[in-house]
Ligand binder design. Structure first.
Ligand code: ZN
Length: 414
């Protein structure tokens, strides 16, 4: 059963897991070492107690990340080389023929369900112990449970048709199935981007038009200055689940809406919200959204091409602990292990994202007051207990946003 690919997989999984653990431990060590003093440039704006809370919060999350990494690696090994997938596949073979769409669908859904159940304790711990202890959690167990059921239903309604089409293409569309699958995938994701804000998000949150007249006037003026057209400005009741704040856009073209979290509106002054929004507008105006989408489409093209090549190779199945082969098993194996191989691309994606953040900051500095943006960032870091002293390597590997000190330093020089 074992072959060269087995050893490649084990080596990559070990290297990825070891890198994850090493970076987490570095982060914990670095944040703890700087817990005693607020960095100079924040000395006047952030109290020591808040800095220490941020350190403790960061360390608690990083520790949970360590457990998560180990658990994920064990689950992956159990499913593949441990024979878990083979066992489940044989189980479903008693109900449906191996090559049928039903067998494939049942197998994939049962694996995702099992992974979800295994991940549940950590998720509960993260929300009801860590977020709770640091005062961020607003979820009740009841709301958590209804959210979970809604997510499952939405996932089933949106995911199962796509899954059926994919499996059918793999079976029936010939050697170029992966190309058709890619076309289906990108059309579907464009369709989702239209449907999601209008149909799915209102299932979870309330969106009300922005009522603060001072802020509304400032935002209108900003939109006029930047020539940005939107279908409205909304406040979302993010405080229902968490006290973390945010601002974002949904939708496309002329149908895009601007959404502000209620937590953001209540904590920041109108001029600060305006500056944060100018930054978000920057992402749109500088085509970061389109570039990000193009990148992810290119990425899925490469991945589907790889899956197309692997699905017909017996060594792919055998190397990952499977005796039987089917399109669903190929898709499942691929989805389970691909993250270990692409993990090493993470620093490049983070770099791309941080470059965009600097560009959006520069845009915000042109169309709003950079001092207000810097002030808003300090408040957001403070309120979200984000660490001001991340480990530089951990930050370079993962962080989608540059460290606060570097962003603010740049805003001061623009
Ligand atoms: Zn941004």
């Amino acid at each position: 059963m074992m072959n060269t690919f087995t050893w490649l997989f084990v080596a990559v999984l070990a290297a990825a897991s070891a890198t994850r653990l090493w970076l987490s431990l570095r982060q914990i060590r670095h944040v703890r070492a700087h817990r005693g003093a607020v960095p100079g440039m924040f000395a006047e704006s952030i109290p020591l107690a808040a800095h220490q809370k941020a350190a403790d919060y960061t360390v608690a999350k990083a520790r949970l990340g360590v457990i998560d990494t180990v658990l994920d690696a064990l689950i992956l090994l159990a499913l593949t080389l441990g024979g878990g997938l083979q066992w489940l596949s044989s189980l479903w073979e008693r109900v449906f023929p191996l090559d049928s769409l039903w067998h494939g669908t049942a197998l994939i859904l049962s694996v995702f369900l099992a992974k979800g159940v295994l991940g549940l304790p950590l998720d509960l711990y993260r929300i009801f112990v860590i977020e709770e202890r640091f005062g961020f959690n607003r979820l009740t167990l009841k709301l958590y449970a209804t959210d979970l059921v809604k997510h499952l239903l939405v996932g089933a309604v949106l995911g199962i048709p796509l899954l059926l089409v994919m499996l059918w293409l793999m079976q029936a569309a010939g050697p170029l199935w992966w190309l058709y699958a890619w076309l289906v995938l990108i059309s579907y994701s464009l369709f989702l981007q239209m449907v999601y804000p209008a149909v799915v998000m209102p299932l979870f949150n309330k969106f009300s038009p922005l009522s603060d007249p001072v802020l509304a006037a400032k935002v209108e003026e900003l939109l006029r200055r930047t020539g940005f057209r939107s279908r409205g400005l909304y406040v979302m009741d993010g405080s229902k689940r968490s006290s973390h704040g945010n601002a974002f856009f949904t939708g496309f073209g002329a149908a895009k809406r601007i959404v502000l979290f209620d937590t953001l509106v209540s904590r920041l002054q109108p001029a600060e919200v305006e500056a944060v929004l100018a930054h978000e507008l920057g992402h749109y105006k500088l085509h970061h959204v389109i570039k990000g989408m193009a990148l992810s489409f290119a990425f899925s093209f490469v991945l589907l091409f790889a899956l197309g090549a692997l699905a017909s190779q017996p060594w792919f199945y055998q190397g990952l602990g499977l005796r039987t082969a089917s399109p669903a098993i190929a898709l499942l194996l691929f989805l389970l292990v691909v993250g270990e191989f692409t993990y090493f691309l993470q620093p490049l994606l983070s770099l791309f994202s941080r470059k965009n953040e600097y560009e959006a900051d520069r845009y915000a500095a042109q169309y709003a007051n950079p001092a207000e943006l810097a002030q808003a960032l300090v408040k957001l870091y403070h309120d979200n207990s984000s660490t001001l002293t991340p480990d530089p390597l951990h930050s370079a590997y993962y962080d989608s946003h540059p460290p606060a000190a570097m962003r603010i330093a740049r805003l001061r020089t623009t």
